[in-house]
Design a protein around this ligand. Structure first.
Ligand SMILES: NC(=O)c1ccc[n+]([C@@H]2O[C@H](COP(=O)([O-])OP(=O)(O)OC[C@H]3O[C@@H](n4cnc5c(N)ncnc54)[C@H](O)[C@@H]3O)[C@@H](O)[C@H]2O)c1
Length: 355
């Protein structure tokens, strides 16, 4: 069992517990849960099929009144319309500010349920139970919650920290391979930006079973890296930007293909490789790092080559990047595996990344 404590500038402090089989032991967390009366579990159809009964049963054992709201799976549920439907259901149940919301699912459920928790009755407590790899290593930690506005991802939202994050890595056994690969891009990112040890460990696995067996440890390492960054920069004014390694190029690729051709992880994988190709060309990154990055991406079935894209459209999408300050963009580069820094590049230079 690993417990990581996250303290943020907004003075909230919460535990992230990572343990194989944790979902079968939730009833042992009586101290935490017994201060609530009603609990509403927000989850999606896929996750409900595997885990809802188990989580309900555990929370009822503590004596809580447990309700469930099941949404459709997929990004399209991360909308204001879905949030509104949930608000009405919470109102019907009679949820008050002393009750609790549990987000049981991947990043979509976590972001949406967190957003609802942040806004309903001006904020009620919530707990994250992440079930996808991406949610375990990334979206459940850091307090970013929100919904999309059409194709504009995450443009409506807030920073709202959970009261606890409960991660059971054995849930990954039911996750489809494509989502596991998607989450691996973020895991590889943590190795690149902050831990050569993690990177080498990921390079050493021969089979998926070996990787899954080591997941408790790997997730704890990734979460510790994210926690350290988030604690010192909750609202992404400085160091938190290193978490965006590969994301500037990645977002352009995702948007260019309307989120259909590439998953988020695949687009970030291409982004990490391409930005490192640039920093290697400029003599900042050691060429061996670029070679290892390509090797690891290929090993995990992730792409690294830039797809063909029409430059006019690329420039249009790139120009809308929220990270621009005037004509300057802050991007994360890695001088070597496990070390990262933020550099400023001009718009013209950013455009060159796509040529
Ligand atoms: N808040 C943040 O800091 C942050 C960071 C990164 C990404 N995100 C957001 O996260 C979302 C992507 O998250 P995601 O990749 O988890 O997507 P997701 O929530 O859609 O989950 C992927 C798929 O896996 C299914 N699933 C999840 N856990 C499962 C399990 N254990 N067994 C079987 N099926 C399971 C889901 O039903 C879904 O079909 C995006 O909306 C993105 O914007 C947020």
């Amino acid at each position: 069992m690993k417990e990581i404590i996250c303290k943020t500038e907004s003075k909230s402090k919460y535990s992230i517990i990572i343990q194989n089989g944790l979902l079968d032991k939730l009833s042992t967390l009586t101290n935490f849960f017994s201060k609530y009366k009603n609990v509403v579990i927000i989850t999606d159809k896929n996750v409900a099929k595997y885990y809802l009964t188990k989580v309900k049963r555990q929370l009822r054992k503590i004596g809580l009144d447990v309700y469930a709201i099941i949404i459709s799976s997929g990004e399209s549920s991360k909308s204001l319309a879905e949030a509104e439907e949930i608000y009405y259901k919470l109102q019907d149940i009679g949820i008050t500010r002393t009750d609790l919301i549990v987000a049981l699912g991947g990043g979509v459920v976590g972001d949406l349920a967190g957003f609802v928790a942040a806004t309903y009755l001006r904020g009620i407590d919530f707990v994250q139970i992440p079930t996808s790899l991406l949610a375990m290593v990334d979206s459940s930690v850091g307090g970013k919650v929100g919904v999309d506005l059409g194709y504009a991802k995450n443009v409506i939202g807030s920073f709202y920290q959970p009261k606890m994050v409960l991660t059971d890595p054995t849930c990954l056994s039911t996750l489809e391979d494509k989502f596991l690969v998607d989450g691996m891009a973020e895991v590889i990112k943590y190795g690149c930006i902050s831990s050569s040890k993690l990177f080498l460990r990921l390079m050493s696995f021969q089979y998926q079973e070996d990787l899954l067996e080591d997941m408790e440890e790997i997730i704890a390492k990734c979460v510790t890296i994210k926690r350290n960054v988030v604690e010192s920069d909750e609202k992404e004014a400085g160091i938190r930007r290193i978490l965006n390694f590969g994301h500037t190029i990645g977002h352009v690729i995702e948007s260019y293909f309307k989120f259909r051709r590439y998953t988020h992880g695949e687009a970030v994988a291409i982004g990490m490789y391409q930005i490192t190709k640039m920093s290697t060309r400029e003599g900042i990154t050691n060429p061996k790092a670029l070679e290892n990055l390509r090797y690891i991406l290929e090993t995990y079935g992730l792409p690294w080559e830039l797809p063909e894209m029409e430059m006019k459209r690329v420039v249009e999408i790139l120009s809308k990047d929220k990270k621009f300050e005037g004509d300057t963009l802050n991007v994360c580069i890695i001088p070597k595996i496990g070390k990262s820094e933020i550099v400023k590049i001009q718009k013209e230079q950013a455009i060159q990344l796509f040529k």
